[in-house]
Write a protein that binds this ligand. Structure first.
Ligand code: HEC
Length: 186
């Protein structure tokens, strides 16, 4: 191979490496898709109240996550969990009833997700995004989601994993006040 041909091929190779690196970064920073069907197709497995700030959080999991939890298996790639946050009104006994849906938080596990994050921030293969109730992206800046959810790295970064497993195995919605204090109830 003459020198000119060689440098042309080298340039081509470098160019394609640059393109694929660029593309993988683009994919990594792309937001999750809003699962517009979640109210019909997902299971409402937990309802967690924040009594002091009058917020109710409703959690839904897709069939892939529910099926794994039913069998006591780890949540596989393809698992999607939705958390709605509602303002709520309290009755005379302090029981909260959701009155207005404010936000929809999503997390999804897929092979290759999360690899752009440093080891101490990464939540395995989970990715996060925050949407409005109508499915518009509010933010896909994940750093705060990741850093708070690392507190439960021992349960695959899912705070409500025990509720998900119990709900999957008993077909009962799990309802309780938050166990994690006010910092996550604003
Ligand atoms: C300050 C801590 C904190 C931050 C920041 C946070 N979360 Fe969470 N998240 C929680 C807690 C705690 C729960 C469980 C609810 C409860 O018990 O109050 C939860 C639950 C969830 C759930 C339901 C599944 C699960 O893990 O239990 C989803 C989905 C979720 N969060 C998404 C997000 C997204 C998306 C972001 C970033 C935009 C985010 N969270 C930021 C603390 C946090």
């Amino acid at each position: 191979m003459n020198c000119q041909k060689w440098s042309f091929r080298m340039a081509l190779l470098l160019f394609s490496v640059a393109i694929s690196l660029g593309l993988s970064r683009l994919v990594a920073s792309e937001s999750l898709e809003f699962p517009s069907n979640y109210e019909q197709d997902f299971v409402h497995y937990a309802s967690v109240t924040c009594p002091n700030s009058r917020i109710v959080r409703q959690m839904y999991a897709n069939p892939i996550a529910m099926n794994a939890a039913r069998e006591n298996n780890p949540l596989p790639n393809g698992s999607v969990i939705v958390m709605e946050t509602h303002s709520a009104v309290a009755d005379a006994n302090g029981r909260l009833t959701p009155s207005h849906l404010n936000n929809v938080f999503i997390r999804e596990k897929q092979s290759g997700f999360g690899q752009e994050h440093s080891e101490n921030l990464r939540n395995g293969n989970w990715k996060y995004a925050w949407f409005s109730p109508t499915g518009n992206l509010v933010s896909n800046r994940e750093s705060s989601c990741l850093s708070c959810h690392t507190r439960v790295s021992d349960r695959d970064y899912v705070f409500t994993l025990p509720d998900l497993v119990t709900a999957a195995q008993t077909n009962q919605l799990q309802s309780r006040p938050t166990k994690f204090g006010l910092s996550v109830c604003n």
